[in-house]
Write a protein that binds this ligand. Structure first.
Ligand code: NAP
Length: 343
């Protein structure tokens, strides 16, 4: 199996943070995954394309970067079934589907990352979540040393969350994702920016518009190192929302089916005066306040410090706790973002 020792991960994370992995493995088969399972690493982290990862320390834990590739397509009268291997690039996969006239995930164009990482945090954008179209996920379980399939219901998809981020975190590797796309397609154009598309709207139109919107608003990680949305949108109780709305009538809000209300984290950060904030090598993007930037040679801890500052300012003004969407990886593995960078 391909592996490296004392390997710099700078090119393997979109924040462009310099850190050294003591060992990094690139398994491409179940035999190689079994070999890794037998090593019983105390701390390890499964890396996709590193687009939602913050390496907090100068050293990382052991890294496993599964490198399975390939896409298989079948169909019946009602649906297309697509099996995609974890190391396929997500955006390339979206384009593959749309070009084959397989529709459903066009709203998720240009989300950075791999296909295998998409179910982990149930990536979502413009009113669509990847879990809406996942049939099952193949998971190599290290303790069982076997492949286990998780049905959509077993994946426990919710807002930027799944069983892979919770109970199964650190216990194995997603090898393949199985999608089911009904042949009857309904465009989702409820979000601002898409609702203006002239009818009849095609999936191709939606994909192109999403690409345009994202390119206008979001910094290209190859130009300005970043990990996309750094924070999740906070969900607050209706009572909390009402109190805030009285004080901030212009505040955007999105009522949820469970009675809670989703607030826009980017708006809160902007109102706290932090849009465009810059200190040393790090800052808050000037067009999209939800994105934190490494402008040059920041350390992981510089980003951690900035994230804490943003959380504190939003807490001070709105009494709302922002939670990180980005995953915090220390030398000891993944940690809760609240437990790093104290002091
Ligand atoms: P925006 O239009 O400025 O809206 C801010 C937030 O309000 C969004 O995060 C979105 O929540 C929510 N929102 C907007 N319209 C909504 C609607 N009709 N119904 C429910 N919620 C609504 O958003 P933006 O920052 O330009 O982002 C547009 C989309 O791209 C969003 O879906 C966002 O999540 C996605 N995006 C994802 C990433 C990433 O790294 N995963 C990065 C940037 C943007 P939701 O986030 O829940 O959709």
């Amino acid at each position: 199996m391909k592996k490296h020792l004392q390997f710099s991960v700078k090119a393997l994370n979109s924040f462009n943070i310099q850190a050294i992995a003591p060992k990094i493995f690139f398994p491409t088969s179940l035999v190689e995954l079994t070999e890794l399972a037998n090593k019983h690493f105390t701390h390890f982290y499964v890396l996709g394309e590193g687009s939602n990862t913050l390496f907090c320390d100068e050293k990382t834990p052991v890294l496993i970067k599964p490198s399975f590739k390939g896409i298989e397509l079948t169909e019946d009268n009602d649906s297309f079934y697509v099996k995609v291997a974890c190391a396929e690039n997500w955006h390339d996969f979206v384009e593959y589907c749309v070009n084959k006239k397989i529709y459903g995930i066009e709203n998720l164009a240009l989300i950075p990352g791999s296909a295998g990482a998409a179910p982990v945090q149930n990536v979502g954008a413009y009113g669509v979540e990847v879990g809406d179209f996942i049939d099952k996920v193949s998971w190599f379980d290290f303790s069982q040393q076997a492949l286990v399939n998780y049905s959509n219901a077993q994946c426990k998809f919710s807002y930027r969350d799944s069983i892979f981020k919770q109970k199964l975190n650190g216990r194995g590797v997603i090898t393949h994702v199985y999608f089911k796309f009904p042949k009857i397609w309904h465009p989702i154009i409820s979000y601002q920016g898409l609702s203006c598309l002239p009818p009849p709207v095609s999936a191709q139109d939606i994909m192109q518009k999403v690409i345009q919107l994202r390119q206008e608003k979001l910094p290209d990680p190859k130009v300005l190192a970043n990990a996309g949305s750094f924070f999740k949108n906070p969900m607050v109780t209706n009572a909390c929302f009402k109190a805030l709305q009285q004080k901030y009538p212009a505040m955007p809000f999105y009522p949820q089916s469970n009675g809670n209300v989703k607030l826009a984290a980017g708006w809160l950060i902007e109102q706290a005066g932090l849009k465009g904030f810059k200190e040393g090598d790090v800052g808050v993007h000037e067009k999209q306040a939800l994105v934190l930037i490494n402008y040059a040679d920041a350390l992981g801890q510089d980003i951690v410090k900035l994230a804490k500052h943003v959380q504190q300012q939003v807490m001070k003004q709105f009494n709302v706790q922002l939670q990180a969407e980005v995953r915090f990886i220390t030398q000891q593995g993944e940690v809760d973002s609240a437990s790093v960078g104290k002091g």
